[in-house]
Design a protein around this ligand. Structure first.
Ligand code: SAM
Length: 286
């Protein structure tokens, strides 16, 4: 069955009396080379367990199943389950779970299905919920090896930006704490049914197995990033003093101690800089 063929997609949905749902971000892939390439590039470990989010009717799931030991796919839309039963009938290493990924206990799920295998995430993400899903994965405490996701092209640019780029934002600085992010390839809107308004891109995050940055006060580190980008037009001194219990003088002093200009804005600070600033501020508070 050619799962990337629009007529096949329509007829599978029609047989189950269902349809593509915008509310669930259902833009299904219609070019078979795209899921094949995402599956190829998502990890270098063939003995992995892959957690897929949103299998749809299973086009990427089949490609993952052919390459990796185990695939667990979490799909929110109950009406797709009978279709997945058919399309994945011959793929014995796949388990489909009918859940909202935001409500799943990811650590328990990985504990149950990975059997000690390295675990990676691979997904053509629903765009309405990209950042919350990424944050839930990163904050789950699961030692994922990599997270490979299709996102809107402009989101991919933000995720992969460098400090000082106009697209650099809080999510970029936060991602830098967890791992290294790179853009793999761009996918045109015409590769989807229905075509979204914008192009997409596949991004891979390779997570650090040991933390590269170890702020003394992790909560302060993340609060600094949030404060810096909530008011990104302001200088860091103004943005932080407006949100956190530090005086302008204390923040200036911390910046000086790091050799950073007092007028600097948050978008110029790398993840390492935010870590150093958090440490300098926690020293001052003593
Ligand atoms: N993997 C298929 C493909 O590439 O053609 C479908 C991708 S489609 C962009 C996103 C999928 O995520 C849909 O199947 C949608 O129902 C599912 N989805 C949306 N929100 C979800 C959630 N919160 N938890 C799990 N799956 C979700």
């Amino acid at each position: 069955m050619e799962l990337c063929n629009p007529s096949v997609i329509r007829s599978l949905l029609g047989e189950e009396g269902t349809h593509l749902k915008k509310a669930y971000g259902q833009n299904f892939l219609i070019r078979p080379e795209v899921p094949a390439r995402i599956a190829d590039d998502c990890t270098d470990e063939p003995h992995s367990m892959i957690l897929e989010i949103g299998p749809g009717i299973g086009c990427l799931t089949q490609e993952l199943s052919a390459r990796y030991d185990r695939v667990v796919a979490v799909e929110i839309d109950t009406s797709l389950l009978p279709i997945l039963d058919k399309t994945l009938a011959d793929f014995s290493n796949v388990t489909v779970i009918n859940e909202d990924v935001m409500k799943v206990d990811l650590a328990a799920l990985v504990g149950e299905y990975s059997e000690g295998r390295p675990v990676s995430v691979c997904a053509n993400l629903p765009y309405y919920i990209t950042t919350p899903i990424l944050m839930a994965l990163l904050e789950s405490g699961v030692a994922f090896r990599s997270i490979t996701v299709m996102v809107q092209a402009e989101v991919a640019t933000r995720l992969c930006a460098r400090a000082g780029d106009s697209d650099y934002g809080a999510i970029t600085a936060v991602l830098g704490y967890y791992g290294e992010t790179r853009r793999l390839f761009t996918v045109g809107a015409s590769s989807f049914l229905p075509p979204p308004k914008v192009n997409s891109a596949v991004v891979r995050i390779d997570l650090y197995d040991r933390p590269r940055y170890v702020p003394k006060d992790k909560k302060l580190f993340f609060s600094l990033i949030r404060a810096a980008f909530e008011m990104r037009r302001k200088t860091l001194v103004n943005a932080i003093s407006a949100k956190l219990p530090y005086t302008k003088e204390q923040i200036s002093e911390a910046l000086r101690s790091l050799g950073l200009p007092e007028q600097i804005r948050g978008e110029r600070l790398s993840t390492a800089d935010f870590c150093a600033l958090a440490d300098a501020l926690s020293e001052l508070a003593k």
